[in-house]
Design a protein around this ligand. Sequence first.
Ligand code: CCH
Length: 285
Amino acid sequence: EQVKAAGVFTPKQEYYQKVYDKIAQLLVEHDNYDDGSYGPVLVRLAWHASGTYDAETKTGGSNGATMRFPPEGDHGANAGLHAARDFLDPVKKEFPWITYSDLWTLAGVAAIQEMQGPKIPWRPGRNDRDVSYCTPDGRLPDASKEQKHLRAIFNRMGFNDQEIVALSGAHALGRCHTDRSGFSGPWTFSPTTLTNDYYKLLMEEKWAYKKWDGPKQFEDVSTKSLMMLPTDMALIKDKSFKSYVEKYAKDNDAFFKDFSNVVMKLFELGVPFETEERMTFKPSE
Ligand code: CCH
């Protein structure tokens, strides 16, 4: 039953489903973290592992899990992600045959599905790489910037305007932590359930600068309990971005469909897969 890394063993879907089930189980067991779930920080780990990709030089991306090493793990953008990596340690111990880089993206998929999001097709094939593959600092987006920066960063990965807006809907989940990014607060009232509320709130709420000593961010005028980053607000300042915000605010099914496709693409950036075939995991009951 227990599978070892050595030899010619090729894990089948049922083995990866066991890894999924273990992550789902741990998510339930550790419901005392943050807003009640490690889900959001697992999604952020998978995204930051993948979002270093540079299509031109074909460097970075989810192949390698190089965030394990100090230069990349210590990049400002990755502050706080040790929480997600530590959460996954017992999973790696129980299933030593899975690579960290497959595990991190699989955990991102599990977290999204367990937080009521769409199914995200996934395939294995990532190999862990050594410290020499760490990417230079500055490949992930800077929240204090706006549309020009967003396009520069995401076009480098190979994403267009529609994909940038669809990916941004992940901010329905989780929150900002002053001791990590310096920003503060959640984007939505249900930060552990994936919905299109991020887009609805962007369209429907009035947003104003938060008056505080921290970095420039926005708060909703009516409750002052939600936040938007300058990069989030850029999605309704820019006409092209805004057309997709409007679409996803009106149509959760369209958001889920596009989100599934674009997250699948994100988690596969820079991976020389040997298989075309993807698997879809069964969510927990
Ligand atoms: Fe994000 N994100 N993100 N983000 N993000 C933060 C938290 C989360 C930006 C900045 C921040 C994506 C895109 C962007 C998540 C998923 C995605 C934080 C707070 C900042 C700052 C970190 C903290 O303090 O803990 C910027 C800029 C962009 C530009 O587009 C994309 C794409 C995704 C996934 C597809 C998730 C989830 C979180 C919540 C993490 C948590 O711990 O709750």
